[in-house]
Ligand binder design. Structure first.
Ligand code: SF4
Ligand code: SF4
Length: 215
């Protein structure tokens, strides 16, 4: 593996250790379970270039049958995107198979943080959307509202309060991390758009292990 991707992996290990600790601290409010993949659907999935390269490292290791399923997913999504008239094109991640991530170790940064409350770049607290579907933080959400209820938290009797962390995507892909860990995030775009690039536009160091139709 090239040195830059190795440095990126070190960065991932560092942030993942913190993210895991945050999930652990917020355990009373977290309802993530295997098979729940609502956060892998109906989204854009921002990926920087290095995240995409790393994802392809993982994809190359999959079986031929799994690659074929992903290839078919990508082809279908690209077709849907072409005929979509809406400004934002939302889709199910092509790497989600039977509600399980097929490239879990290699998934993106946004995939690693989703489910926790966080502070957005506007400084406001954001709750994961699944909060409104009876999942994460729903047990401390004020009735019919969007705020965390102090009353509900106190009633639950847990010692750790629901907290918003500084783990927004913009913060985690800030240039300070590039300088500290010696790699570049590169361009940022929705995951599916990486598959719209022509072969020549991608560096030779990334191999896309799927047959992608030219659109
Ligand atoms: S973050 Fe929400 S939608 Fe995603 S797995 Fe956890 S509970 Fe399900
Ligand atoms: S890469 Fe995996 S975790 Fe991330 S959105 Fe796709 S299926 Fe979900």
């Amino acid at each position: 593996m090239d040195k830059v991707l190795e440095n990126y992996q070190v960065y991932l290990a560092v942030i993942e250790q913190k993210i895991n600790k945050f999930f652990d601290d917020q355990k009373p409010y977290i309802f993530c379970d295997k098979g729940c993949a609502k956060c892998c659907q109906n989204a854009e999935f921002p990926f920087t270039k290095i995240e995409f390269y790393y994802l392809m490292e993982g994809a190359c290791k999959l079986s031929q049958a799994t690659k074929q399923i992903i290839s078919d997913n990508i082809t279908r999504i690209l077709k849907e995107k072409k005929s979509c008239r809406k400004k934002d094109f939302l889709y199910t991640c092509p790497f989600l198979i039977d509600n399980v991530c097929s490239v879990y170790q290699y998934r993106g940064i946004v995939c690693r943080t989703f489910g926790l409350m966080y502070t957005g770049k506007d400084g406001r607290v954001k709750v994961p959307f699944c909060c409104y579907r009876g999942l994460n933080y729903s047990n401390v959400l004020e009735d019919g509202g969007t705020q965390i209820s102090r009353e509900k938290f106190e009633k639950l009797g847990y010692d750790k309060e629901p907290v918003a962390y500084n783990i927004g995507y913009d913060f985690l892909t800030d240039s300070d991390f590039e300088n500290g860990f010696h790699f570049k995030f590169g361009e940022k775009k929705p995951l599916i758009e990486w598959f719209m690039m022509q072969d020549a536009e991608l560096s030779e160091s990334v191999k896309i292990p799927f047959t992608i139709p030219k659109m």
